[in-house]
Design a binder for this molecule. Structure first.
Ligand SMILES: Cc1ncc(COP(=O)(O)O)c(C=O)c1O
Length: 418
């Protein structure tokens, strides 16, 4: 038997996607063997990804390739929906995803990506001209643009700070920017530029004591940390499932703390947002919004994509959320230390403090422009991302559970050669 086939079967996975009728939809996550030593354990995880071995993929910060169980689930539900014509709903998935993120189902809106959730926050919060919002100079377009747009149209004031290198310094920085006109802290949990982790819990505690909203860009939060939204303590958190959770693209979420639900105005609504409506009364009336964050998402949703998200959450749970976080920290630390050993050939822009850094490392060369460096790295079989944000002109390396120590070592050897 083909060794790869038997390996996948041992994990409880099939190779072919399920065929149309009479199929048994696989919802079981893989059966990982936890008795294996570390390298073999992570090798079996790697084998659950169709991701090409022709090059090393170090760009999960942009997009996370899904493992087989996610792909199979999406395909199976797609086929089922097309076979029966019953398009279903995402109620069950919403429950499972809320559990995975540690929030109540009622606090979860299912969006299409992080940016959508950020737009809901940026436009729904009660702000007027002159109110201040704190952001960072390292924001991704997905966080910067919605707030810039509100500033342009409604006259709110954005105060952007350049992040420091430790959690303590960043907490102090945020505190120092808060004043009587500050209404929102709208920073990322992890920056897209250098993988810098902000102390969201401490920032949220401080913001709460000052009556300031925390509206967090959590694009990199789900599937990296052992994320617990209730423990994090922020008011709002927008994220996606197509990066670190390794779910299908076109899926995201917005967490809205229960007590803040009625402070975030729903501006776009539709079927499932309402408590009833009547076009026959004069004048026609909207009776109100549902008492959950479901008011922010509406209309037909993709059953198959959200079934894929649930499968991705099950996949992480099968490995263990903390084990995933620990693995990301191990790989990140290994890359950081080896890059440090290269001395002055490269300038590491990611913070040294371990709790301020996950799951990406960003660096630049004093002698090779980022574009050229990126070209050389790519030619040698590694997919990384160039960082233009904040004028950094640097290279970002993202490592996830399908990456290995060897891949990191080979990458550093390449840098040495360059
Ligand atoms: C920090 C950050 N925020 C927002 C986004 C936008 O995410 P999405 O594509 O899910 O809207 C990204 C995407 O890379 C990001 O890195």
């Amino acid at each position: 038997m083909n060794p790869r086939r038997s390996f996948l079967q041992k994990l409880g996975l099939s190779i072919a996607l399920p065929s149309i009728l009479g199929m048994k939809i696989k919802s079981k996550p893989p059966n990982f063997d936890f008795s294996l030593p570390d390298p073999e354990f992570w090798f079996q995880v790697r084998e659950t990804f169709p991701l090409t071995k022709n090059r090393v993929y170090f760009n999960n910060g942009t997009f996370g390739p899904a493992p087989f169980p996610v792909l199979e689930k999406v395909e199976a539900i797609n086929q089922l929906v097309s076979t029966t014509g019953e398009y279903g709903n995402t109620d069950q998935e919403r429950i499972a995803i809320a559990e995975f993120l540690n929030c109540q189902t009622e606090e979860l809106s299912l969006t299409h990506n992080t940016t959508e959730g950020i737009n809901i926050m940026a436009w729904g919060l009660p702000l007027k001209a002159g109110d201040e919002v704190i952001l960072t100079t390292h924001d991704h377009a997905g966080n910067a643009l919605p707030w810039l747009n509100r500033a342009k149209l409604d006259g709110i004031i954005l105060k952007a700070f350049s992040p420091a290198n430790t959690q303590e310094e960043n907490l102090d920085l945020v505190k120092s920017l808060c004043g009587p006109r500050t209404k929102v802290i709208a920073i990322p949990h992890i920056t897209c530029t250098t993988g810098l982790v902000f102390p969201i819990r401490e920032i949220s505690d401080y913001a709460r004591s000052k009556g300031i909203y925390t509206a967090i860009d959590g694009a990199h939060g789900a599937g990296t940390f052992n994320l617990n939204l209730h423990e994090l303590g922020c008011d709002f958190y927008a994220g996606c499932f197509h990066k670190w959770l390794l779910g299908p693209s076109g899926t995201g979420f917005l967490y809205v703390k229960k007590e803040k639900l009625n402070e975030l105005q729903a501006l776009q609504i539709g079927g499932y947002s309402d408590l009833g409506w009547d076009m026959l009364s004069s004048p026609p009336i909207l009776k109100g919004y549902v008492d959950t964050a479901h008011r922010f998402d509406y209309g037909t949703q993709s059953k198959s994509l959200y079934a894929g998200v649930k499968a991705a959450a099950d996949f992480h749970t099968a490995i263990g959320k903390q084990k995933v976080e620990d693995r990301l920290r191990t790989l990140n630390q290994r890359l950081y230390e080896q890059m440090k050993d290269l001395g002055t050939s490269f300038e590491i822009l990611s913070p040294e403090e371990p709790q301020s850094r996950l799951p990406m490392i960003t660096f630049r060369s004093p002698s090779i422009p980022a574009e050229e460096l990126n070209r050389k790295i790519s030619k040698n079989g590694f997919r990384v991302r160039q960082i233009h944000e904040a004028g950094l002109n640097a290279i970002r390396v993202s490592t996830h559970i399908y990456n290995s120590e060897e891949e990191i070592d080979q990458f550093v050897q390449l840098l040495q050669k360059l």
